[in-house]
Write a protein that binds this ligand. Sequence first.
Ligand SMILES: Nc1ncnc2c1ncn2[C@@H]1O[C@H](COP(=O)(O)OP(=O)(O)OP(=O)(O)O)[C@@H](O)[C@H]1O
Ligand SMILES: [Mg+2]
Length: 252
Amino acid sequence: MEILSSLNPQQRAAVEQTEGALLVLAGAGSGKTRVITLRIAYLIAEKGVPPYNILAVTFTNKAAGEMRERVKALLQGQNLQSAPLISTFHSLCVRILRQDIEHLPEGYTKSFTIYDTSDSQKVIKACIKDLGLDEKQLSARVVQSAISSSKNQGEDFEMYASKVEYTDERRAAIARAFKMYEERLNNANALDFDDLLIKTVRLLRVSPEVREKYNNKFKYILVDEYQDTNPLQLALITLLTEKQQNICVVGD
Ligand SMILES: Nc1ncnc2c1ncn2[C@@H]1O[C@H](COP(=O)(O)OP(=O)(O)OP(=O)(O)O)[C@@H](O)[C@H]1O
Ligand SMILES: [Mg+2]
């Protein structure tokens, strides 16, 4: 393949080793993203993998956009019926949830709304007020950051509440606001930013059918900047690669 000639031997080996699990560790600026990009092109052009079977995950929209452009340029002239999915973790989650969130027991529908930080802060403010909590003692920002960090550790409000000690009034108050906030989001068919990853991981855990569907769809998975994945993102990738294990991760 023409494009492979632009790679050094290590990069080339990483591109050609398409089956199974591959971890590429190399320093900053050493050509890791280039390996991912060429690997996608190689899978499609040389291995005949249908593009819709390929998922590449990056961390920012900018990185995803650039990778899409690079892959498009490499595949120029090929008559392709589909495109690989090159996406951030967040947009991957939105895509999965838009199709399958109804498999979650909480009763969300596909037309769910996504609340940004300021939307969710408004809801938290209202919860603090309606619970009769003192806004000067407990600001919406403090509650929001407690909720967010708890969610990012994979905790729901019950787990959060279970950690409240008898004497910790402040944490008890946050737990009540957390609970009300979750109820209000659920009633409004809304998810906040942190929920996107959490609900997707949960969806893939609770529904073998949905898990199977995405395992079959994404037969080749590539992750850039692997060193930056958090435990929830790692859980998502693990759930998505349960069956095939054709996974390539690069990081430094
Ligand atoms: N084999 C190569 N020959 C020539 N140029 C290369 C080669 N591999 C990578 N480059 C160039 O080096 C630069 C860095 O490559 P790339 O972005 O793939 O590295 P990276 O390891 O992903 O970097 P970062 O650590 O910043 O994510 C790019 O401009 C790329 O085009
Ligand atoms: Mg890179």
